[in-house]
Design a protein around this ligand. Structure first.
Ligand SMILES: [Zn+2]
Length: 435
């Protein structure tokens, strides 16, 4: 266990939130235990998807799951499923997250969601509560995409959204194919594909995750309600002009693709506000070639990442970005090729679920603030097929994907209580006993 993480978590915790079977000390010790698996010098973790470290973190959680009385299995995609029987055998209430990390990532992104769900089960065990429907605590494989640049792989395996064709083109930075990596992990391509489950088995999915932003901190709130997950669209633009010597080519008559791309990047930043107050657009990747100090570029390739909660607004923004690229190219006398590389639909949280969450927050004396998730999560995949809920926990300074990532134990435990209360109410509905 990493003592510093445990001690720091417990130092700020007064224990008054330890009730109804929930234990802050247990959650702190478990977060600290995972923090020591793949730990880096500056206090972060390295647990890429399908690595030995990711597997060790899963095995540690599987041990705790068994001790908590769950029926535990790992599927062919490496997803861990810990099942608690309910009074009836209708579809399960599932909750979880991931334990893989980005390179030198933090100690809360992922583990908090898995360990909070397990803490809810621990609390039920201690108080003798038997859920009306089965409950599953799930660890999804390779959420971050740090292995193959793909991400959310385990959840897509479970919903059957990843096929053999998509998998066979993947390779990691070491040049290993997906087949080689999954074999070394103790599974196989076939077993990975067999992880797809009957959609009837899960009736609801809930996930606790750190906010990875500053809105809750600014509002002085421990936790918030996610109103939806923004769907990212990636538009590739290739500006093509004429290369030439920077010294010998007069300014008049140049066809410089970087002049077009520069104007385009600048204009893109002002477009989202015209569509909605949640829309965002970012150029984070740009390649100039040949990229020489004394050469007018021949071409510039860039990617625009465009997101919003509302699909229509998002798609409208994509069209506007396309038009803007074409105009900027025409004005600079260059050509542009546009190609929508991927487009994932936004996943909204239903009004009914948001109202239920707001009630639970209200009963706990917490103002129910709603936030958009700009980042993708496993809940985005599960949420295509079943209703889902996400609770965000305050991130100190909004820092994430960094060893300095931190959430206070008080806030984490508050979220555990909120999830527990929400799950109890939701499961009554799932079992057919309206409250
Ligand atoms: Zn995450």
């Amino acid at each position: 266990m990493r003592e510093s993480v445990r001690d720091r978590l417990l130092a700020g915790y007064d224990g008054t939130a330890d009730r109804d079977g929930v234990s802050g000390k247990r959650l702190a010790e478990r977060l600290a235990a995972l923090a020591s698996i793949g730990e880096t010098e500056d206090g972060g973790v390295n647990r890429p998807g399908f690595s030995a470290e990711e597997k060790r973190a899963k095995e540690q959680v599987m041990t705790w799951m068994r001790e908590a009385g769950l029926d535990v299995r790992m599927d062919g995609a490496g997803n861990v499923i810990g099942k608690l029987e309910g009074k009836t055998d209708v579809p399960a209430f599932a909750a979880g997250s991931h334990v893989d990390s980005v390179p030198n990532g933090g100690n809360f992104d992922g583990p908090l969601g898995v360990l909070s769900a397990l803490e809810v089960v621990e609390a039920w065990k201690e108080t003798g509560y038997v859920p009306p429907v089965p409950v599953e605590v799930i660890i999804f494989s390779e959420e971050e995409g740090s292995r193959f640049g793909a991400g959310i792989m385990g959840s897509q395996a479970m919903t059957g959204d990843l096929g053999r064709d998509a998998l066979s083109v993947l390779s990691d930075s070491g040049g290993n194919s997906f087949e080689e990596v999954i074999s070394a992990y103790g599974s196989s391509m076939d077993a990975f594909l067999e992880a797809a489950r009957d959609p009837e088995e899960i009736g609801f999915y809930a996930e606790i995750h750190i906010e990875q932003g500053k809105l809750l901190e600014q509002a002085g709130l421990p936790a918030g309600i996610v109103k939806g997950i923004a769907g990212p669209a990636w538009l590739n633009a290739l500006f093509h002009g004429t290369a030439g010597h920077a010294g010998n080519t007069p300014m008049i008559g140049r066809r410089d693709p970087l002049v077009a791309a520069g104007r385009f990047v600048h204009e893109v930043s002002s477009l989202p506000a015209r569509f909605s107050d949640t829309a965002v657009a970012t150029v984070g990747k740009l390649n100039v070639s040949p990229n020489g100090a004394n050469v007018i570029p021949e071409q510039v390739a860039l990617t625009v990442d465009i997101r919003d909660l509302d699909k229509e607004a998002r798609d409208g923004l994509v069209r506007k970005v396309r038009e803007t690229a074409e105009r900027c190219a025409a004005e600079a006398g260059v050509e542009v090729e546009l190609n929508l590389a991927s487009s994932i639909d936004p996943v909204p949280v239903t009004d009914e679920v948001r109202e239920e969450l707001a009630q639970v927050f209200g009963q706990a004396g917490i103002r129910p603030m709603e936030l958009m998730s700009g980042a993708g999560h496993d809940a985005m995949i599960l949420g295509r097929n079943v209703p889902m809920a996400m609770i965000f926990v305050k991130s100190i300074g909004g820092i994430s994907h960094n060893p300095a990532e931190w959430s206070d134990l008080d806030d984490c435990i508050t979220a555990v209580h909120l999830l527990k209360r929400f799950a109890e109410k939701r499961m009554e509905k799932m079992a057919g006993h309206e409250d």
